[in-house]
Design a protein around this ligand. Sequence first.
Ligand code: NAP
Length: 249
Amino acid sequence: MLLEGKSAVIYGGGGAVGGAVARAFAAQGARVYLAGRTLASLETVAGGIRSAGGTAHTSRVDALDEKAVDDHADFVAADAGSLDVYFNLISHGDVQGTPLAEMSLEDFERPVVTAVRTMFLTSRAAARHMIRQGSGVILMFGGYGDPLPRLGGLQVAFGALESLRRSLACELGPHGIRVVTLQTGGIPEVLPETFAGREAITAGIVGRTMLGRAATLADVGNVAAFAASEHARTITASAINITCGSVVD
Ligand SMILES: NC(=O)c1ccc[n+]([C@@H]2O[C@H](COP(=O)([O-])OP(=O)(O)OC[C@H]3O[C@@H](n4cnc5c(N)ncnc54)[C@H](OP(=O)(O)O)[C@@H]3O)[C@@H](O)[C@H]2O)c1
């Protein structure tokens, strides 16, 4: 298994993408630590992992709270003996569907401030332990492709995270720590079946790809497990393009 003996922290582990990544990591042998603000959703994911024979721990942690994030990293490092993989997959409160010219400052800046703050906090907490170990992998999700209309501050937030990814990779590489983004072009599977715009958005995502299909949650989990593993030991300071060809590198 790709992640046998590794510990992996997943912030937003009760969410759609975080849950899929947690399941994939656990299936590859990692001991997963799910963090989020709502224990019930974390426990649902953890329960599924345990039923499948994996090991999952849940913690109520606000990923914007500096002390809570540091304390959680300390707990995981002590509990697992090392802190090997860290993936922050929380939502950022972005508002989509409104043109920038009509958007309030509050709605625009929320995802930018949230994304940068939480990624800095969780990456810093992880890095302090990983530097001591001389190893570790920090993963990010989103990436930065060509602009699309009506995504509000979301792409600006992802652009800022890409800048942070480059700086972290540069500073942490000499300590044996890799920093990698999974660049997504959208995952139609997460759209609620009852959502009126589901079909049109799915058609838009698929229509922009070269492969004529979009990434599934299972696809994201599989690539994340690879990126976190020793099979990807040469990959850092980079984005792995999982857009099925909607973004051309
Ligand atoms: N789905 C896609 O197609 C797609 C595409 C591109 C990018 N993304 C990005 O991927 C990330 C995850 O997306 P998703 O679809 O999985 O979202 P989701 O299902 O809404 O899950 C997000 C999770 O983050 C948790 N969370 C939010 N704020 C938090 C905080 N301050 N502290 C701790 N946990 C927090 C939420 O749980 P609690 O509220 O209980 O804490 C929730 O479980 C988002 O940043 C999204 O922008 C998704």
